[in-house]
Structures are given as structure tokens and as C-alpha cells.
Design a protein around this ligand. Structure first.
Ligand code: NAD
Ligand code: UDP
Ligand code: UDP
Length: 335
């Protein structure tokens, strides 16, 4: 018997309200970089019970070690492409590899995670009457022809390229969210996250900030992929998590851009990391990968107006906050 054929259960939201019990929150992908920081923040509230499901493809139990065994916390090994039966009031749906190296490693699986995974979480939300938030991405704008990118921009995405499993996967995930909202009245929230960085990023996952910091600490050349004039806007993870929670708790479905509007070329980023972390390393130009977006910067007018949110941590302040965590994990002392 499939989960959907089971007799409907009473809404846990109603239970929670009736018994004044805790808010039960599911975080898919909670063992990953952003997910584990979100869990830390949610666990600070004593009224929250948090369940994480993760298949550990790019995440790790290590990121959650301080919560394992806590009475308000539960961790389950689970792949979101399979149906899931839990009873919760809110769902933060993050499960999906985010770094190009990992999402290109098994592109078909990336699409399944985005499409079947999101469908399953929406089915769960529908059965429970739970509110669900999707962490979509600035990649839905592709190689944008409008700059900076407002939420109204429909994007410029290659449907058949090597990044499409992620970009188009997230676009379908957004479509599913809005169709469940229109067709079934599900309460949805869609965040479009721009490049985020901070402690616990996978050291060798190929993303630019983690690469440069690891390279600087190892005394290796910083690899700027050509031409180096391509831009990104980097948001520190604590700011991002604050935005996600405001979006979940607020009244707006989104999509809403969450990102830091400070825009840097990859050459500028390399020079900044060099200056702050290891002035002795060289900056080296290397070949780029296909379909690399040339520019990216969020228009966050909507987040400011509707959520009262804007990032507080500047890049020059955020990079040193990441350095300590990378030093510990790489075993590199300060001097
Ligand atoms: P991450 O790779 O650190 O975390 C993703 C987590 O999902 C990992 O713990 C991984 O094991 C888990 N996962 C992957 N596939 C799964 C599956 N099929 N079933 C269960 N778990 C699965 O990445 P992150 O940077 O923390 O990203 C989290 C979310 O935010 C993703 O949805 C990503 O698309 C989105 N996002 C991130 C960024 C960014 O800059 N970090 C930017 C835009 C969007
Ligand atoms: N689903 C799930 N957990 C639930 C309820 C549904 O994983 O508690 C999955 C279910 O297996 C299905 C998907 O969510 O594949 C969509 O469910 P929905 O009820 O919307 O669609 P249907 O099953 O009718 O196609
Ligand atoms: N990049 C780079 N050097 C690296 C890794 C990435 O110059 O070692 C560049 C890459 O070409 C892209 C930008 O940094 O222009 C951001 O890449 P990342 O993979 O971090 O995220 P994306 O925004 O492409 O998903």
C-alpha cells in the first residue's frame, strides 16, 4: 500500500494548536552546508522539534553532531526520491546537491532529486496541511540578460547543457510548488538563493569561495576560471538562514531572491582572499567550464519590502569567519 492510500491523518497543525505543543519542522538536506546552519537556528527555539532527512550524498552527520541525541532532534537517513512518512507542521525542502561538481556527477539523479523529491515533499505537505519552503536558486535565471535579476525575470537557461539538470530541475521544482498551491491550496514559500558561503562548506566541492580559501591555506595558487571578469554576489550563511526563516514565517509565497547584492568579479574575489588569508599565494588563470553565467547579482527589493530582510555581513567580514573552520578541518595552523 502506498503512503497516499493510507487513511488521512488529522492535521498535526491542528494538534499543535490544540495541545499547545511544539512546532515540528522537517528539514530535508539538513546535513548539508545551509541545512545544518538552519537546523542550528531552529533548534535555538525551545518550542521547535526538528527532523532532518538526508542521504549524505554531499552532507555529513558531522555537521549536526552537536544535536545528535538531543530530545528535540531526530536524524534519518532517507533519499527524498522515495516517499516519506513523518508528521510535521513545516517543511524546509533543501535536499539537492548545490555544487556544480556534485550536481553534474550524476545528472539524472540530480533531476530526480529536484522533480520526484519535490513532488514527494509536496505530497507530504498536502497530506499534513503543512507549509513547505523550497530552496530554489539564482540559477533559474541562467546566463541572465537582465542585470541585476528581479524575480519577474524569466531567465535565459540552456535546456540541454551540462548545468541543465540543476537549473531546469529547480525550475520544474518551482512549477510543482506553484501548481500544488493553485490546485491543492498548499501553503508554499519559494526562495531563490544566490551564492552563499560560510563555515562547513565542503572543502573540495569546487565552489569558488571554498576553493580559494582552501587553496590560500594550503599555499596553492588560486584558480580563477577564465575570463575572471564573470561576477557573483556572495551572501554569508547566517544572513541567508535569517532570510529563509523570515520567508517561512511571513505571508508571501515568493519567489523571493535571497542574496547579497555586493557584486565581485572572480579576479577581485581571488585578490581579496589573497590579501586577507595568504598574501604569498599566486593567482592563476585556468580554463572555465561550459555555460558559466557571466554575471549575477540579486535585486532584493522584494525581500526588503516584504520580509524586512537584507544581508548584514560584508564579504570582507565573512571570509575571515570561514577561515577558522577551514584551518581546523585542513589542519593548518595560523602561522
Ligand atoms: P549541500 O550540498 O551542502 O547540501 C545539500 C544536502 O542535500 C546534502 O546534505 C545532501 O546530502 C542532501 N541531499 C542531496 N540529494 C539528496 C536526496 N536525493 N535525498 C536526501 N538528501 C539529499 O548544499 P547547500 O549549499 O547546503 O544547498 C542547500 C540547498 O540550497 C540546495 O537545495 C541548493 O540547491 C540551494 N542553494 C544553495 C546555494 C549555495 O550557494 N549554497 C545557492 C542556491 C541554492
Ligand atoms: N507522498 C509522500 N508522503 C506522504 C504523502 C505523499 O512521500 O505522506 C508522496 C507520494 O508517494 C506521491 C507524491 O508524494 O508520490 C505526491 O503525492 P500526491 O498525493 O500529491 O499525489 P498522488 O500520490 O495522488 O499522485
Ligand atoms: N570559479 C573560479 N575558480 C574556481 C571555481 C569557480 O574562478 O576554482 C568561478 C566559476 O567559473 C564561476 C564562479 O567562480 O564563474 C562561481 O562558481 P561556483 O561553482 O562557486 O558557483 P556557480 O555560481 O557557478 O554555481
Amino acid at each position: 500500500q502506498t503512503p497516499t492510500k493510507s487513511p488521512p491523518l488529522p492535521s498535526p497543525l491542528r494538534f499543535s494548536k490544540f495541545f499547545q505543543s511544539n512546532m515540528r519542522i522537517l528539514v530535508t538536506g539538513g546535513a548539508g552546508f545551509i541545512g545544518s546552519h538552519l537546523v542550528d537556528r531552529l533548534m535555538e527555539n525551545e518550542k521547535n522539534e526538528v527532523i532532518v532527512v538526508d542521504n549524505y550524498f554531499t552532507g555529513s552527520k558531522d555537521n549536526l553532531k552537536k544535536w545528535i541525541g538531543h530530545p528535540r532532534f531526530e536524524l534519518k537517513r532517507h533519499d527524498v526520491t522515495e516517499p516519506l512518512l513523518v508528521e510535521v507542521d513545516q517543511i524546509y525542502h533543501l535536499a539537492c546537491p548545490a555544487s556544480p561538481i556534485f550536481y553534474k556527477y550524476n545528472p539524472v539523479k540530480t533531476i530526480k532529486t529536484n522533480v520526484i523529491g519535490t513532488l514527494n515533499m509536496l505530497g507530504l505537505a498536502k497530506r499534513l496541511g503543512a507549509r513547505i519552503l523550497l530552496t530554489s536558486t539564482s540559477e533559474v535565471y541562467g546566463d541572465p540578460l537582465v542585470h541585476p535579476q528581479p524575480e519577474t525575470y524569466w531567465g535565459n537557461v540552456n535546456p540541454i547543457g551540462v548545468r541543465s539538470c540543476y537549473d531546469e530541475g529547480k525550475r520544474v521544482a518551482e512549477t510543482l510548488m506553484f501548481d500544488y498551491h493553485r490546485q491543492h491550496g498548499i501553503e508554499i514559500r519559494v526562495a531563490r538563493i544566490f551564492n552563499t558561503y560560510g563555515p562547513r562548506m565542503n572543502i573540495d566541492d569546487g565552489r569558488v569561495v571554498s576553493n580559494f580559501i582552501a587553496q590560500a591555506l594550503r599555499g596553492e595558487p588560486l584558480t580563477v576560471q577564465s575570463p575572471g571578469t564573470q561576477t557573483r554576489s556572495f551572501c554569508y550563511v547566517s544572513d541567508l538562514v535569517d532570510g529563509l526563516i523570515r520567508l517561512m514565517e511571513g505571508e508571501h509565497t515568493g519567489p523571493i531572491n535571497l542574496g547579497n547584492p555586493g557584486e565581485f568579479t572572480m579576479t577581485e574575489l581571488a585578490e581579496t582572499v589573497k590579501e586577507l588569508i595568504n598574501p604569498k599565494v599566486e593567482v592563476k588563470m585556468v580554463e572555465n567550464t561550459p555555460d558559466d553565467p557571466r554575471q549575477r547579482k540579486p535585486d532584493i527589493t522584494k525581500a526588503k519590502e516584504l520580509l524586512g530582510w537584507e544581508p548584514k555581513v560584508k564579504l570582507r567580514d565573512g571570509l575571515p569567519l570561514m577561515e577558522e573552520d577551514f584551518r581546523l578541518r585542513l589542519g593548518v595552523d595560523k602561522n
